[in-house]
Structure formats: structure tokens, C-alpha cells
Design a protein around this ligand. Sequence first.
Ligand SMILES: [Zn+2]
Ligand SMILES: [Zn+2]
Length: 141
Amino acid sequence: MGQHHPGECSCPECRTRARLAAPTLYGFIGRRAGEPETAQQVFAWCPWCANWHRHGDRTNQPGDVLHRSPHCATGTPGPYEETGYLIAVTNIPLSEVWGQMRRSSDAQRLAIGDGRVTPAIERLRAQLLPILRPQHHGGRT
Ligand SMILES: [Zn+2]
Ligand SMILES: [Zn+2]
């Protein structure tokens, strides 16, 4: 492996290779309660560290696909480190999904970084975003 390597090199070719291999997360436009309208960004649910990651800016629209580096605060590189992830921005407002997801604690994120995955962490990771429920994917209810 030379110096050209996705995740370590930012030349156009390495960025393209990273994008091709990157997994896709869903993004939701919104802002945290109490923040000004200018704070609007894209929030993506990360199933590895079971937390929301804030990306993009208020110019982002539903249908945009962002390629971003992970914001997992676990202290060690996670599975998205090499390729980053793509964020497919949906038209579902953040306010509709934020409260439905239980987030990992600081201690749980450090445990994830250390590879100490507990049953509680497994349950956090197994949460389905509302957009991933069967009715959105051709399933019959
Ligand atoms: Zn390169
Ligand atoms: Zn994460």
C-alpha cells in the first residue's frame, strides 16, 4: 500500500474510491431545541456508536447526498474511519425522529471504542430509525 489510501489521502482519486465503498446513513434536517434557525444542519443516526452526528449546513436539502468523515466520539477509529459515510438527506424533519432514538452515554461510547460491547449497547445499536421500518421498504403490515 502506497501513500494513496482512502481515509488517509485526500486526492480526488482516493476520495472517489472512499465514496464508492462508503456505507449510507440517513440524514434529517433540523436543529436542537433552543438553537437559532441558522444552526440548522443535517443529523445522521450512527448505528455503530448509537448517536446522532451533526454534519452539513443550512444549505442542505432533501435529496442531497453528503460524503463525510465520522464523528464517533469513541476514542478509537471505528468502521467508518477509512471510507467515511454517505448521508442521504431525507425529507423527514429531525424533530420527528430525534426523540425516538435512545442515544449511547459517554461511558458507553468509550466502551464501544474499547471493544467492550454490552447487551445494553447491542440494544441501542439494534434500534431502527423510523425510515428503516418495513413499511418504507415494500414490506406489508
Ligand atoms: Zn490519493
Ligand atoms: Zn458514530
